[in-house]
Design a protein around this ligand. Structure first.
Ligand SMILES: N=C(N)N/N=C1\CCCc2cc(NC(=O)c3cc4cccc([N+](=O)[O-])c4[nH]3)ccc21
Length: 313
């Protein structure tokens, strides 16, 4: 049972668990003063392999979490720590993890996948513009703001986010390789690797959202996942991909390119024909930048109070 710091307890009332990530859990909490619902991500510091990198790594992540500000990136509202645990107070993402929406074995509607994918691209473009490589983009790290199909999504979990030096490559290889780009296995130890790794992972994410299954997966009669990735070997099973547009398939194929220098960049992906869809773009922008209350119906119905200086019009 998690014990919370006193000052945390004073400000928040913790309720039930709402999601169990690999590195700790997420709890629902209420801000006592406002009864506002929040999520609390609890990260045990001992989860990191060695103390040295742990604190540096965690501090870097906390620094990233504080610094980032984009509608499609998780926003931290408050932060506490004890000697062995971090407590990160976040906005509630009632739609939960994208993982639970696609694991049903069939993909999302193409229009929904396109809306989500566009938001992921915008989030990752923002990260890259701010010198941050996510490096761990996967369905568990994409959160949905509501249960609605057309909703805001947010990228989270910046545990792996940084430009890697070679010595932490071993740590990378201990995670699930399914979403890791080929160059992580091949060039990483020598030349390091850049933002293109996120483009690859987004390609895998898009493949899963459209096809409902992973492009690279363990199977007894197949080469290892790592081998499939390095070869860029994947199959679009016709029964799973019928009804998906050629442009959507083209986007996936241009992202799942083994050579990072030939892979579609985030910026070019945003210019791909599949995303030149005014209806989707309008919907995405409305979700990302909702009109403030002041310039919608609320303003028109507001009556100036007696003591308010009206200009009498
Ligand atoms: N691992 C690491 N070093 N950093 N990770 C991080 C960094 C801090 C933010 C963060 C947030 C989450 N996840 C949620 O917030 C979340 C999951 C979830 C599931 C159902 C419902 C709700 N909800 O109704 O809110 C949910 N919110 C997972 C990982 C991380």
């Amino acid at each position: 049972q998690t014990i919370f710091p006193k000052e945390f307890q004073e400000k928040y009332l913790v309720s039930r668990g709402i999601g169990t990530g690999v590195c700790g859990e997420v709890k629902l909490a209420f801000e006592r003063a406002t009864c506002k619902k929040v999520a609390v991500k609890i990260i045990n510091k001992k989860n990191f392999p060695s103390v040295g990198t742990a604190t540096r790594n965690a501090e870097r992540e906390i620094e990233i979490l504080r610094r980032i500000d984009h509608p499609c990136l998780i926003k931290t509202e408050d932060f506490y720590q004890t000697e062995d645990t971090y407590y990160i107070v976040l906005e509630l993402m009632e739609g939960g993890e994208l993982f639970n929406r696609v694991k049903a074995g069939h993909g999302l509607d193409e229009a929904v996948a396109k809306l989500y994918f566009y938001q992921m691209l915008m989030a990752v473009e923002y990260l890259h513009r701010n010198g941050i490589i996510h490096r761990d983009l996967k369905p568990e790290n994409i959160l949905l703001a509501s249960q609605a199909k057309t909703c805001l999504i947010k990228v989270t979990d910046f545990n792996q986010s940084k430009i890697l030096e070679g010595e932490t490559l071993s740590r990378t290889l201990c995670g699930t390789p399914s979403y890791l780009a080929p160059e992580v296995f091949t060039h990483a130890a020598t030349t390091g690797y850049g933002p293109a790794v996120d483009a690859w992972s987004l390609g895998v994410l898009l493949f899963v959202c459209l096809g409902g299954y992973a492009p690279f997966y363990e199977h007894p009669s197949r080469p290892s996942v790592q081998e499939q990735i390095i070869q860029g070997e994947f199959t679009m099973v016709p029964s799973k991909w019928k009804g998906i547009s050629d442009q959507a398939k083209d986007m996936v194929r241009k992202l799942l390119v083994v050579d990072p220098s030939l892979r579609l960049s985030i910026t070019s992906a945003l210019k791909h024909p599949w995303l030149q869809d005014p209806a989707m773009l309008a919907q995405a922008n409305k979700l990302m930048y909702p009109p403030e209350d002041s310039d919608t119906e609320l303003a028109h119905n507001k009556r100036p109070r007696e003591d308010e200086e009206g200009d009498g019009n």
